[in-house]
Design a protein around this ligand. Structure first.
Ligand code: AMP
Ligand code: ZN
Ligand code: ZN
Length: 406
C-alpha cells in the first residue's frame, strides 16, 4: 500500500515538474442537423454501440433560433443566443447597420460579434490546450478566442482527413497535447435541406455520419486511447419537412410599409423605419396566419430572445414546416423550400438533436430524457474540474446526473 502511494506521488510529482496536465481528454463531436430520432432508423450501428456503452439522452433541446451558428456557440459557451450575440447565421446590428454573415469571412472571424466565452477560452485560462476541426465559432480572430489548434472551415475535407488531423494533435508530445477537442460534420444538414428528413439521401448522410464515428473509434483504438477519452456526440438541431405549398410572403403582407426584411425560412427579422414598429407589428398580427409575430418587448421569455442589443424590433416565426420569404424568394421557393429546414422554436420536437456521451466519466448503459444544449458548457467545466465562466445560462444541476458516481 505504502509502495503504491509512493509511486502515485512520484508520478504526480514528475508530471507537475514537466508541467504536464494529467486530467481527462474530451472529444466533442457535432453532426449538423442530426435529428434526435435518426438514431431509431436502424442504420447507425456505431452510434448505437457508443450510446449503449455510455449515456444516451432522448434528445438535445436546441436554443432559439434552432440554427447552426447560434447553437454551436450556445453549446460551447453555455449561453442563449440573446446573451452570446450570435442570434442567427446572418443578421444586422440595428444600432450600427453592420452585418454578420457566416459566409463572409470578415465578419465570421471578427471577435466583436462573439460575446460568450467558449470552452476553449475557459480551458486556456486554466492552462489547458484545445483543438478543433471546424466547430462553428472556432475560427474567431483574437487572442484566446480560438482553440490553440484549429483549421479554417473547408466543407470539402473528407471525414477521414478531419479525424486524422484531430488524432495527429491528440498524439503530440504530452506537453503540447490538447485535452479538449471538437469536431464537426455537416452531411446530415446538407442533405436534410436538399431532400427533406424522410428521404433516402438523408439516410445515406446518416450512414456516412455513422461511418465517421466508426473511423474515429478505430483511430482512437489504434492509438490506445479509446478507453481513456470521453466522447460527447451531439447535434445542433434537427430538421423538418418544408414545402413550396407552405410559404408566406411577408413582403407582400407589408406592401406599403417601409421595412427591411432579413432572412427567410422559419424566422424573419423585420426592421421598420423609426417610429413605425407598433404599426407594422399590429398589421402583421392582424394577418398572422401560419406564423407568430413578436416585438422585442413582448416576445415570450421562453424564447430567451429579447435581452440582447441585437434583437430585432420585430421577429416573425413561422409555424412548423412553413416558410417565410420576400418577393425575391417567391421565384426560388420551389428550390429552397421543397426539402427540409430548421430554425423553428426549440420545443418543436423535430428541432431536437442528439446527445450521446461515453467514456470513463459517464454512466454506462444509461438512458435519460431530453437534455438542454446550454448545459453542456458547465458539464465540460465539471469534467475538467475547472471554474466555468459565471455569466452563463446553463445549469450543471440539470445534467450532472449522467456522470459516473452521481
Ligand atoms: P444552417 O443550416 O443554415 O443553419 O447552416 C449550416 C451550414 O453552415 C452548413 O451547410 C455548413 O456548410 C455551414 N457551416 C458550418 N460551419 C461553417 C463555418 N465555420 N463557416 C461557414 N459555414 C459553415
Ligand atoms: Zn446546423
Ligand atoms: Zn441547416
Amino acid at each position: 500500500m505504502k509502495k503504491l502511494f509512493k509511486i502515485t506521488v512520484g508520478i504526480a510529482l514528475l508530471l507537475s515538474l514537466q508541467n504536464i496536465y494529467a486530467g481527462p481528454y474530451v472529444i466533442l463531436v457535432s453532426f449538423d442537423g442530426f435529428r434526435w430520432d435518426y438514431l431509431n432508423r436502424r442504420i447507425t450501428p456505431t452510434l448505437l454501440d457508443i450510446s449503449t456503452k455510455g449515456t444516451r439522452a432522448l434528445s438535445l433541446r436546441p436554443s432559439f433560433p434552432s440554427k447552426t451558428f447560434p447553437n454551436h456557440y450556445s453549446i460551447v459557451t453555455g449561453m442563449y443566443p440573446e446573451n452570446h450575440g450570435i442570434i442567427a447565421n446572418n443578421f444586422i446590428d440595428p444600432q450600427t447597420g453592420e452585418r454578420y454573415n457566416i459566409s463572409d469571412t470578415v465578419s465570421k472571424w471578427d471577435e466583436k460579434w462573439y460575446m460568450g466565452e467558449a470552452f476553449w477560452e475557459t480551458a486556456e485560462k486554466n492552462g489547458l490546450k484545445s483543438a478543433s476541426i471546424f466547430w462553428p465559432g472556432s475560427e474567431i480572430r483574437g487572442a484566446g478566442k480560438h482553440p490553440e489548434y484549429f483549421k479554417y472551415y473547408n466543407s470539402r475535407m473528407p471525414y477521414t482527413d478531419r479525424i486524422d488531423t484531430l488524432l495527429a494533435w491528440l498524439t503530440l508530445p504530452s506537453s503540447n497535447r490538447p485535452h479538449f477537442l471538437s469536431l464537426y460534420f455537416e452531411y446530415t444538414d446538407t442533405y436534410g435541406h436538399r431532400f427533406g428528413p424522410n428521404s433516402s439521401e438523408v439516410n445515406e448522410a446518416i450512414r456516412k455520419s455513422d461511418s465517421a464515428a466508426a473511423y474515429l473509434v478505430k483511430r482512437l483504438t489504434e492509438i490506445s486511447m479509446i478507453d481513456s477519452v470521453d466522447l460527447i456526440i451531439v447535434s445542433d438541431h434537427g430538421m423538418t419537412e418544408t414545402s413550396p405549398e407552405r410559404i408566406i410572403n411577408v413582403e407582400e403582407i407589408l406592401e406599403g410599409y417601409n421595412c427591411d426584411l432579413y432572412d427567410s425560412g422559419p424566422v424573419m427579422r423585420v426592421h421598420p423605419s423609426a417610429g413605425d414598429v407598433k404599426k407594422v407589428y399590429e398589421h402583421l398580427k392582424g394577418n398572422a396566419s401560419h406564423f407568430k409575430v413578436y416585438t422585442k418587448d413582448n416576445i415570450p421569455s421562453f424564447y430567451h430572445y429579447s435581452k440582447g442589443l441585437l434583437t430585432p424590433p420585430i421577429t416573425v416565426i413561422a409555424d412548423p414546416g412553413w416558410s417565410l420569404l420576400d418577393n425575391k424568394g417567391i421565384d426560388r421557393s420551389a428550390k429552397y423550400f421543397s426539402g427540409g429546414n430548421h430554425g423553428y422554436e426549440k420545443d418543436f420536437l423535430d428541432m431536437n438533436g442528439i446527445f450521446i456521451a461515453s467514456g470513463p466519466s459517464f454512466k454506462s448503459c444509461y438512458q435519460t430524457g431530453t437534455l438542454w444544449n446550454i448545459d453542456i458548457y458547465p458539464l465540460l467545466a465539471k469534467l475538467f474540474d475547472i471554474k466555468p465562466n459565471k455569466n452563463i445560462d446553463g445549469n450543471l444541476e440539470r445534467i450532472e446526473f449522467i456522470l459516473k458516481g452521481r
